[in-house]
Design a protein around this ligand. Structure first.
Ligand SMILES: [Zn+2]
Length: 237
């Protein structure tokens, strides 16, 4: 196009967070003025970028502190750099609703984004409770106003009951977490099987010896096939 350009790192402040982005800078060789959006090479909404306030909680005495539960899974990097495995969303009856691939680790940003997309579908407009093993970090992530004010679904998620499953709750030691993520005190979860994902995970681990050496596409195909059959078995029962 006859334009001379180069890449520059530009500091951007978005959703209260700072980051650097590469931007394509056109040089003004033809005395044409480009506005900022035309200069921008890559754009991101910043929706899923982790924020320092994501893990800060208010204690009962009004002091602020960092969540002390050692349950954060974003820290556990997968050896396979192409994929970290799958995130499965399931109803308490055992029917698998969605399967999503995770990259790098089971980070909150990926989990949150998948939940957000899932709940954006009309079929799930009435879903009101989320059970997740690393609840406290997910809940804080969802409650952070840098996200919860961005979309209607994000504000709905922030209002939802986000609780830990009973099996993993013993790992949550933080005072804030014991108070706000306790599945035992939820009226809505009485007689609900909150461990359904753990049970599915345990059953799926039987396939570990055959999936270990599979490439990404074979692994994903097998998971979809197996989980689809699993759904049929549940529905027939
Ligand atoms: Zn916790």
């Amino acid at each position: 196009m006859g334009k001379v350009f180069n890449h520059s790192a530009i500091e951007i402040t978005e959703l209260g967070q700072h980051r650097f982005e590469l931007q394509l800078q056109f040089e003004n060789v033809h005395n044409v003025n480009f506005n900022t959006s035309e200069k921008c090479y890559m754009q991101s909404s910043g929706f899923g970028i982790e924020d320092v306030k994501d893990t800060i909680v208010n204690g009962n005495d009004g002091t602020k502190g960092k969540l002390s539960c050692g349950t954060e899974k974003g820290k556990h990097k997968c050896k396979n750099h192409r994929t970290a495995g799958i995130l499965v969303m399931e109803r308490p009856c055992g029917v698998v609703l969605d399967v999503k691939e995770l990259f790098g680790s089971e980070s909150k940003s990926q989990v949150y984004a998948h939940i957000h997309n899932h709940l954006s579908k009309t079929a799930f407009s009435k879903t009101s409770i989320i059970c997740y093993d690393d609840t406290c970090h997910l809940k804080k992530f969802a409650h952070n106003p840098v996200r919860s004010t961005q979309t209607a679904v994000a504000s709905r998620i922030a209002e939802m009951e986000i609780l830990c499953d009973r099996f993993h709750f013993k790992n949550h030691i933080d005072v804030w977490c014991r108070q706000h993520c306790n599945p035992h005190t939820s009226e809505n979860l009485q007689n609900v099987n909150t461990e359904v994902c753990e049970q599915l995970f345990s059953w799926l681990s039987k396939f570990g010896s055959i999936t270990k050496h599979m490439n990404r596409y074979r692994f994903l195909f097998l998971m979809l096939y197996v989980l689809d059959n699993h759904n049929e078995d549940i529905i027939v029962q």
